[in-house]
Write a protein that binds this ligand. Structure first.
Ligand code: LRH
Ligand code: MN
Length: 391
């Protein structure tokens, strides 16, 4: 790719930020509240808009229901437009209600399954009301002890609920099925890995796609291999980007393992995954799914977006012709060197140039600091109930 082509791709990048990253979050040990945290989805969107204002590549915000429940979703979508963003994926939540202790759509009790499926259908109504085209489905469903429930029967129950939701999707809508190896269940998760999610999506049809959350695999998993296989099969709907040292740590993407993020985005490039027209025009959704438990949240999101930009720039700088020649020749070290040259490139000057060409300050962190927004929300947002996971 020429420098100009790389810049064009970087200018048109779309990174979707999660509304819940702006609220309080933590672990089972403690949620440390931070001053200035939003009290409602309108304030969350205003904070997300700050990230887009200084990076230029974060124009979409994922919502999570009921954390972002409002009376008037059209009004919320209008507010998003007013602050320069749009509503991205709608995340369903069937993991925080007492009824879901033994599962939601896989629960032995049909009354509980009905309740859970109705919530998923309500989220499609919210997609209609906000103009969102994506429903993201993650299920905490699973078991903790062998024999606790019938694994096969739970798969049948899951498939039944997904089929009902699939049938409800509009023409330009799709759902993204998210898998996770463990937590909160510790013996089986009903969607533990890409293969199980893929099997359900294949059975359903073209509107059912798999989402890869980079924190949801066993340590040592070659995530970029999964990405290559899902893209080849036309079933990679998107990413929930974050990073981890151990489990589902939900740390800033690229913070724990920038080389892994680069390898993932290189496989995305190899399978034309940056082309927004693939997947029936939906493309691949590059979403963040993170929690800023101890660091300031808006700067944390800005840094995360910059980490994705830097890894993307490096992946776009790989000399494809040179690596193809080396690979064809069986030149192991040569091929690896081509990739490492790109990874070891300092792409920060290139990104500063891209930002200036977009009419932005070359340093998003400095640009945000200069707005005084952090001080403004700290002083203005007094009283009310700070947003969080409501767990
Ligand atoms: C589950 C998950 C899922 C979201 C939640 C916020 O671990 O990754 O994507 O619903 O985090
Ligand atoms: Mn996720």
């Amino acid at each position: 790719m020429s420098n100009e082509q790389v810049k064009t791709a970087l200018r048109s990048q779309v990174i979707e930020v999660p509304s819940w990253a702006y609220g309080n979050s933590g672990t089972r040990f403690k949620v440390f509240a931070q001053q200035g945290v939003p009290r409602d989805p309108f304030e969350k969107l205003a904070d997300a808009a700050q990230v887009n204002a200084v990076t230029g590549v974060a124009p979409k915000v994922s919502l999570h229901i009921p954390w972002d429940k409002v009376e008037d979703y059209a009004k919320l979508a209008a507010h998003a437009a007013d602050v320069g963003v749009s509503i991205g994926a709608i995340n369903a939540n069937v993991f925080q209600d007492d009824d879901y202790m033994l599962g939601s759509v896989t629960h032995p009790d049909p009354r509980v399954r009905r309740k859970a499926t109705d919530h998923l259908l309500e989220c499609v109504d919210i997609m209609d009301a906000t103009g969102s085209t994506e429903l993201k489905l993650w299920f905490s469903d699973g078991t903790n002890y062998p024999g606790q429930d019938d694994t096969r029967a739970r798969q049948d129950r899951l498939a039944e609920s997904l089929a009902e939701v699939y049938a409800r999707l509009g023409e330009h809508q799709r759902f993204l099925l998210e898998y996770k190896l463990f937590e909160p269940a510790f013996y089986t998760m009903d969607l533990p890995d890409w293969g199980t999610a893929y099997a359900h999506c294949i059975a359903l049809g073209p509107k059912a796609m798999v989402v890869v959350d980079t924190g949801h695999h066993a340590p040592g998993t070659n995530i970029e291999f999964i990405v290559a296989v899902l893209l080849r099969s036309g079933k990679l709907g998107g990413f929930d980007f974050n990073s981890r040292f151990y489990a589902d740590d939900d740390l800033m993407v690229g913070a724990a393992d920038p080389f892994q993020l680069f390898r993932i985005l290189w496989e995305v490039r190899c399978s034309n995954g940056f082309d927004p027209t693939i997947n029936g025009g939906h493309g691949v959704s590059f979403m963040l799914d993170q929690c800023h438990n101890i660091e300031p949240k808006i700067p944390g999101q800005i840094r995360s977006v910059m980490n994705v930009q830097e890894a993307t720039a490096k992946a776009l700088l790989v000399d494809r012709d040179a690596i193809a020649v080396a690979q064809a020749a069986g030149d192991v070290l040569g091929a690896n060197a081509v990739l490492m040259d790109a990874f070891n490139s300092d792409v920060r000057p290139l990104l500063r140039e891209v930002r200036e060409e977009m009419g932005l300050h070359p340093d998003p962190m400095a640009a945000y600091a200069a707005t005084g927004y952090a001080e403004k929300i700290r002083t203005e947002r007094v009283g009310g109930t700070q947003a969080g996971w409501g767990a």
